[in-house]
Design a protein around this ligand. Structure first.
Ligand SMILES: Nc1ncnc2c1ncn2[C@@H]1O[C@H](COP(=O)(O)OP(=O)(O)OP(=O)(O)O)[C@@H](O)[C@H]1O
Ligand SMILES: [Mg+2]
Length: 353
């Protein structure tokens, strides 16, 4: 089978170059630490992020370096996507321990933004945009050949680039399905609060596991509440939000720190209900990633062009006038008659909703 997603091949960096770039993995250059990797900022000569398996003891080190190798294997078969972390290259030390060189995502994680106290919480337009970007990342993985199931979608693995675009990172647990370089069969894995409760054996691996986690992230984005918050009852965001969605009181789910603008209330409600469907107990009741993208894109477009758009469009139409030709095209009659801008009836009507 041909792998359509196949990347163009990452660069191989000399280990000495990486050591120099990170000042010998100087703790001052550490920008993140997860359960299996430590991430450093480096200059190669562009600014990059370098991930190294953490090594508490030899047993954990082997497990952590397997995860890192798996991450490199999966990321190196993916084409570039604006919504997925970009792998730049690899390196290894004299013992063969791999290092991953990736684009630097310098603006923290979604978890920091929603739950940290540093910045004001994201606006509602930004929340819709983040939801759309992450849904697109998941669609990219699920619709690719081979299909990639991420298995660890959560707000700490969603990072922001220099333009504050959200990207899905941390492919340590990801599996490729239907590939010549198929990942070995894996035991269920993920993070408490995000893992699909029906993913109980390796045979139950499915893209719908990611959809469940995506649903948790959608509810987290809208509510500003953590996936698991032991100071609240119920502690699980799913157990808290689903009954509220069923009682049709979605406004109680919305993050009270930022008022929802009236023109966005409908769209935000749609995303909450979509999140509720993603965390359905039965897999078959969950939408696929393509549908999630379609629905959020629809909300995002309405948010981008709210009601005033139709007023402006009507005024422009009134000023310049439209004439309809036989082929059902509308000619926009501008004052300059040298060129006529042609737009289809559908395009105009779509601006009119
Ligand atoms: N490309 C990057 N640019 C900037 N910071 C990054 C980058 N990649 C990772 N980080 C930071 O390092 C942290 C750990 O990275 P990552 O999530 O990949 O490691 P992990 O060990 O797999 O974590 P987990 O605990 O989720 O298994 C991230 O939460 C983030 O703060
Ligand atoms: Mg992580």
């Amino acid at each position: 089978m041909e792998d359509e997603n196949m990347g163009e091949g990452e660069e191989k960096f000399e280990y000495e170059e990486v050591v120099k770039a990170t000042e010998n993995f100087n703790p001052k250059r550490m920008i993140g630490k997860g359960s299996h990797g430590i991430v450093y900022k480096g200059l190669l000569p562009r600014t990059v992020a370098v991930k190294k398996a953490s090594s508490l003891d030899s047993l954990h080190h082997d497990d952590n370096s397997n995860k890192l190798q798996n991450e490199i294997r999966v990321l190196s078969i993916l084409r570039q996507s604006p919504h997925v972390l970009n792998l730049l290259g690899t390196s290894h030390d004299s013992f063969g321990n791999k290092l991953m060189v990736m684009e630097l995502l310098p603006n923290g994680s979604l978890h920091d933004w929603l739950h940290g106290s540093r910045k004001p919480p994201p606006s509602w337009t930004k929340r819709v945009e983040i939801a759309m970007q992450i849904a697109r990342a998941v669609e990219f993985l699920h619709e690719g050949k081979p299909m990639v199931i991420h298995r660890d979608i959560k707000s700490t693995n969603i990072l922001f680039d220099s333009h504050m675009n959200a990207k899905l990172a941390d492919f340590g647990l990801a599996v490729m399905v239907g590939s010549v370089v198929e990942s070995p069969p894996s035991q269920p894995a993920g993070t408490i609060g995000y893992i699909d409760p029906s993913y109980t054996s390796s045979a139950k691996l499915s893209p719908k596991n990611d959809i469940f986690s995506l649903g948790v992230v959608l509810l987290e984005i809208i509510s500003g509440r953590k996936a698991i918050d032991v100071s609240k009852t119920p502690a699980s965001i799913v157990e808290w939000a689903v009954p509220l969605i069923e009682r049709e009181v979605v406004e109680e789910i919305c993050d009270g720190r930022v008022a929802v603008p009236a023109y966005m209330a409908g769209g935000v409600g749609e995303i909450v209900r979509l999140g509720g469907r993603c965390v359905s107990e039965k897999e078959e009741d969950r939408p696929c990633a393509r549908e999630v993208v379609m629905r959020i894109t629809d909300v995002a477009e309405r948010v981008r062009y709210p009601l005033w758009r139709s007023v402006v469009m009507r005024s422009i139409a009134g000023m310049v006038g439209f004439t309809r030709n036989k082929r059902s095209k509308l000619f926009l009659n501008t004052s300059s008659h040298n060129t006529s801008s042609v737009i289809t009836v559908k395009q105009v009507l779509s601006l009119w909703d």
